[in-house]
Design a protein around this ligand. Structure first.
Ligand SMILES: Cc1ncc(COP(=O)(O)O)c(C=O)c1O
Length: 451
């Protein structure tokens, strides 16, 4: 067997550095977020597999950061999209297929009474935030440390990976800006809090209820690894926001159509006022949707809130969402049985390996998405906890997996995703590779150290 090499990716990256800033078009693919010293260039992808420029084959757990829920190059989606595209990819005028997609969305997502289409989760969240301010006449946005709602200034604070030391005391946390170049007062309209703490939430809402327009949260935190809401947390959030005329926004860009056909809100039985979905909805095409209660969305219908976007609801992405939803809803959403079974099998298998080898690590997740934390903690409840895990060990672990043909996101912030195209055989191979890697790391004393 030829030795594993990624020389062609290296060459391509060297070329890219002279053309594209930093060689890639998003930080999540960059040398700064796990792809050190260079990202692998992908030649093609099919089903549960990725193939890089050097011809290496990988079982894909990156899954386009959660987007390709039905597997890579799903033929049913591609056939439908290409057929629809022959009718013209874009007119900046409505067409009926949008209505079919909107009907499906309203049928499946409990909070959706009206929806609107955009091309990214970032944009969709911006519209939900704008709507909440217009609806309540209030200004402040409350977000949680470690949640990510897109890359724009007003939410880009206290993202994953910031230590508790920098974040300061939980009841008076520092807002840590994620980037240079933000508006000087970008954080003025924002409050941040640690997640999964009802007392702090209640106290903050009591103190600032007349100013808080919206609380925005991922209902299952997926941007600091994979963190479930504590029992009663989402319910408390719902009650406190309802009582105080605050709009509750669930950012389901990751959990939407991944946690289930009715999204995380359906799974947990907590219905927000506004919701954002993206990623999985497009099955690999760039679409996102925002929407919710009719009386809030009517602000758009009455032209009291500006909604714009040249590329919104083009035929390509609408067709992709139509085909994707059509498959997801088939036979009463049977595909979710497969996603949960395989995800569950992986999590259980990894926990067994960890126990058998005596590795200090935990696995957290919800069926088709999970993360491994190399930590002393028994449970990670918020991003302050996740920041205590050994990032360097995680990085080393993931790259050893990649070198053996298993490709998760090389970042503690993300998670492993499974798709409809993954098989029991994939799981078996993956568990074998994970066992081999963890045994090797244990024997080399490579599992310890600081975060
Ligand atoms: C929860 C969540 N919200 C919003 C976004 C931003 O979506 P997009 O990258 O499509 O702009 C992401 C992206 O990862 C996300 O995970």
């Amino acid at each position: 067997m030829a030795a594993y090499t990624t020389e062609k990716s290296k060459k391509a990256f060297d070329r890219a550095l002279g053309l594209v800033a930093g060689g890639v078009s998003s930080k999540s693919r960059s040398t700064f977020e796990g792809y050190h010293p260079y990202p692998l260039f992908i030649e093609r992808a099919e089903g549960s597999r990725l193939y890089d420029l050097d011809g290496n084959e990988y079982i894909d757990y990156l899954v386009a950061l959660g987007a390709t829920i039905l597997g890579n190059a799903n033929p049913e989606i591609l056939d439908f999209v290409s057929g629809e595209m022959r009718k013209g990819s874009f007119y900046a005028l409505p067409f009926e297929l949008q209505l079919e997609v909107a009907e499906k969305l309203i049928r499946h997502v409990p909070s959706f009474e009206r929806v609107s289409f955009v091309n990214s989760g970032t944009e969709a969240n911006q519209m939900n935030i704008r709507l909440a301010r217009a609806f309540t006449g209030k200004n402040l946005l409350l977000k949680f440390e470690g949640c990510y709602h897109g890359w724009l200034d007003n939410t880009c604070f206290s993202l994953s990976g910031v230590s508790a030391e920098r974040l300061g005391t939980p009841n008076k946390p520092n807002k840590i800006p994620a980037t240079g170049g933000m508006a000087a007062h970008a954080g003025d309209d924002l409050l941040t809090l640690p997640w999964n703490n009802v007392e702090l939430l209640e106290q903050t809402i009591q103190e600032r209820k007349d100013e808080i327009a919206a609380v925005i949260t991922e209902p299952y935190m997926c941007n600091s690894g994979c963190i479930p809401p504590n029992d009663g947390y989402l319910e408390a959030m719902r009650e406190l926001t309802t009582k105080n005329n605050i709009v509750l926004i669930f950012d389901e860009v990751i959990t939407g159509f991944r946690a289930g056909l009715n999204c995380a809100q359906g799974k947990f039985g907590v219905i927000p006022d506004l919701t954002t979905v993206g990623k999985a909805l497009g099955g690999g095409f760039p679409i996102a949707v925002y929407g919710g209660r009719k009386e809030i969305m009517d602000l758009i219908a009455e032209d009291k809130v500006l909604r714009a976007g040249t590329l919104n609801a083009n035929r390509m992405v609408i067709a992709a969402a139509y085909a994707t939803l059509g498959i997801l809803e088939r036979n009463g959403g049977q595909v979710y049985d497969h996603l949960y079974r395989l995800g569950g099998k992986l999590m259980a298998g990894i926990r067994d390996i960890i126990d058998t080898l005596g590795v200090e690590a935990i696995v957290q997740g919800l069926g088709p998405m999970f993360q491994i934390y190399f930590t002393k903690l028994k449970k990670v409840e918020n991003s302050r906890d996740s920041a205590q895990s050994r990032f360097k060990v995680h990085h080393d672990f993931i790259w050893r997996l990649i070198g053996r043909g298993v490709f998760p996101r090389p970042s503690q912030m993300g998670e492993f995703y499974v798709t409809a195209a993954h098989t029991d055989k994939d799981v078996e191979i993956t568990l074998g590779v994970i066992e081999e890697v963890l045994r090797e790391m244990r024997d080399q004393n490579a599992l310890g150290g600081e975060a």
